[in-house]
Every structure is written in C-alpha cells, then in structure tokens.
Write a protein that binds this ligand. Structure first.
Ligand code: ZN
Length: 151
C-alpha cells in the first residue's frame, strides 16, 4: 500500500512540476475562473467544444501542488470526451474524494490516473484544492462568467 502511495505522490509531483495543457487557449469558446480562498489556489480553465465533445482544454493559474496537478490531470482526462462522459468522470472523482470509503472498496477503474488523488480524502481542506479545477470546468461548461469559489 505504501508503494502505491509513493507512486501516487510521484504522479502528483510530476504534474505539479510539469503541468500538461498549461497556458491560454487562443480559440477557446468557454472559460471560467476558479478560486479556493482556503489555500489561495487560483486557476482559469479554457475549453473548445465541438459537437458536445471537448476538443481542446487548457488551464493557467497558480496554486498548491494538489490543485495544479489536479488541473493538469483533469485536462488530460477530459480531452476528447463527450460532455456526458465528463459529467460521469466528475461524479466518480467527487465520490472518490468525498464518498464513504467503507461503501466503495477501490477506486473505479474508469477514473484511471485520477485515482492518484484518493489519499487526499484524508485531508478535507485538500479536497477543495483537488476539486477546484473540476468546479471551474463545470462553470465554464455552464457559461458561468462569475468566478467560482470553493466556499
Ligand atoms: Zn491548494
């Protein structure tokens, strides 16, 4: 189990150091800003959606390792997915972080690399860091121009 935690940590550190899909997306058609006042994490998510599929997605901003790695892994996870699939992923991710662990034995396989955040569940303050990018993504999809906060 501790090997698994080490692996998880490695993935998070790697994505924090070299965030994927980082930067502004010039031809985006949806965007939203998110802010987590508890930690000071701030990010903007940019989307390009074609026929209900996320054709491209990027983010920029600054925050702690968890929020940056989560945004980076999220962009990888949702790119090329339909909006319905993204909704389902977010549901699974949210369940992983906030659900009752005694009900669910292991992370759903379909979450893939997103499962690295399972350990965050032990730290409720950090859950907001990990879900910030997802809430911001939802706001962008909803066309919400107000800044989203985790409060
Ligand atoms: Zn944070």
């Amino acid at each position: 189990m501790s090997d698994l935690m080490d692996l998880y940590q490695e993935v998070i550190l790697d994505h924090n150091k070299r965030p994927r899909n980082f930067g502004k997306l010039d031809d985006c058609d949806h965007e939203a800003e998110g802010y987590n006042p508890l930690c000071g994490d701030q990010l903007t998510v940019y989307l390009k959606i074609v026929d209900d599929v996320i054709e491209d997605v990027t983010f920029e901003g600054s925050g702690c390792a968890i929020s940056t790695a989560s945004a980076s892994l999220m962009t990888e996870a949702v790119k090329g997915k339909t909006l319905a699939e993204v909704e389902e992923l977010f549901g699974g991710f949210h369940e992983l972080l906030t659900g009752d662990p005694s009900v669910r034995a292991e992370a759903p396989a379909k979450l893939g690399k997103l499962a690295v955040f399972e350990g965050v569940r032990e730290f409720p303050v950090r859950v907001k860091c990990a879900t910030l990018a997802w809430h911001t993504l939802q706001a962008a999809l909803a066309g919400d121009s107000d800044q989203v906060t985790t409060e």
